[in-house]
Design a protein around this ligand. Structure first.
Ligand SMILES: Cc1ncc(COP(=O)(O)O)c(C=O)c1O
Length: 322
């Protein structure tokens, strides 16, 4: 997972409730509300090494979703959007990271238990560490093997799926536990109607006859920021992109398929439920989109420069500069 260890751990920092603190001090009491009821919301963000130093990919959009998630669960963050964005930059900078996975979380804290969270403090923290390829070292290059989760996605009338809430990841945990036990890299979930939804932490795309298809928001998906980036890139490359209801037959008959997500980036899918997708190798459209995406996040595509927020280096104190 890449959390700091040894000397790195001694020097690592977190941002918690408005302050930069030692990594080891970012602790909660076991009677914290969120630990019992999953009453937290979070984001997963990546910073990439660019020619201008580390830059955070689509920070504004992640902050927008973080605020929306909090609003859904009635959390009034005791920090402004600007302060939260600064916190994301600060953890990259203070940890001296060239590239990073950034994890902001807000949750109902310690005070009393009982489901209703009124009056509890809202705690907010942001961590950052180095995190390589999410689905394994060969995933981006060779593609992943996927199996269906025996657990379906939570329907949108059970939980607002546009919020990225801690508790809803229990479904992702159950699905991945099932498929990983059988040697697969990732689980694919169906929605409550039996249509294709998403992976445990990724959106899915398929390609058929050069048209790019992805489940629409009614299929219990998290509206991924990578999904949005990939749709923009694909349209800019001249492809037709359609959001629609997809069934498993569409996946089995696809020429190509891939997952998108902040952690998984653009990961080709080579097999679903023991059936090879296309030739079983990452296809040309997937490769083209993956290449542009991985270039864009590293600042190598000027047309997508507005997606990057540079993390300015720490200015030296007077003593350090002397
Ligand atoms: C369930 C789920 N779907 C999709 C995604 C992809 O979202 P994004 O591209 O914003 O990381 C994620 C990751 O955050 C996720 O957890």
């Amino acid at each position: 997972m890449g959390f700091p260890t040894g000397d790195d751990l001694a020097n690592a920092k977190m941002w918690m409730n408005g302050k930069i603190i030692p990594w080891a001090d970012a602790k909660v009491h076991v009677l914290t509300h969120a630990l019992h009821y999953g009453s937290g919301v979070f984001e997963g963000i990546r910073a990439y090494a660019t020619e201008d130093g580390p830059a955070i990919f689509r920070l504004d959009d992640h902050m927008e979703r973080f605020l929306l998630s909090g609003k859904v669960y009635g959390m009034e963050y005791p920090h402004t959007r600007e302060e939260l964005s600064e916190a994301c930059k600060a953890v990259v900078r203070e940890n001296g990271l060239a590239s990073a996975y950034i994890r902001p979380i807000a949750y109902y804290g310690y005070g009393r238990l009982g489901v209703h969270p009124s009056g509890l403090p809202i705690e907010v923290a942001v961590g950052a560490w180095e995190w390589g390829s999410y689905l394994g070292d060969e995933a981006l290059e060779k593609g992943v093997r996927v199996a269906l989760s025996p657990w379906r996605r939570i329907p949108p009338d059970a939980l607002p799926v546009s919020a990225k809430a801690c508790g809803q990841y229990l479904s992702s945990i159950l699905g991945t536990m099932s498929v990983k036990k059988n040697g697969f890299h990732e689980a694919l979930f169906l929605d409550h109607n039996g249509n294709v939804s998403e992976g445990s932490g990724e959106n899915i795309f398929i390609i058929k006859d050069n048209v790019i298809l992805t489940p629409h928001t009614g299929s219990s998906i998290l509206e991924g920021i990578t999904r949005d980036s990939v749709m923009t890139i694909a349209r800019d490359l001249g492809y037709e992109v359609r959001e629609k209801t997809l069934v498993m037959g569409d996946v089995f008959g696809a020429d190509e398929a891939f997952f998108t997500g902040t952690a998984a980036e653009v990961t080709p899918i080579r097999e679903v439920e023991y059936r090879t997708i296309g030739s079983g190798e990452p296809g040309p459209v997937t490769r083209e989109i993956q290449t542009v995406y991985l270039d864009a996040v590293r600042g190598r595509r000027p047309e997508y420069a507005s997606w990057l927020t540079r993390v300015a280096p720490r200015t030296k104190t007077v003593e350090e500069a002397a």
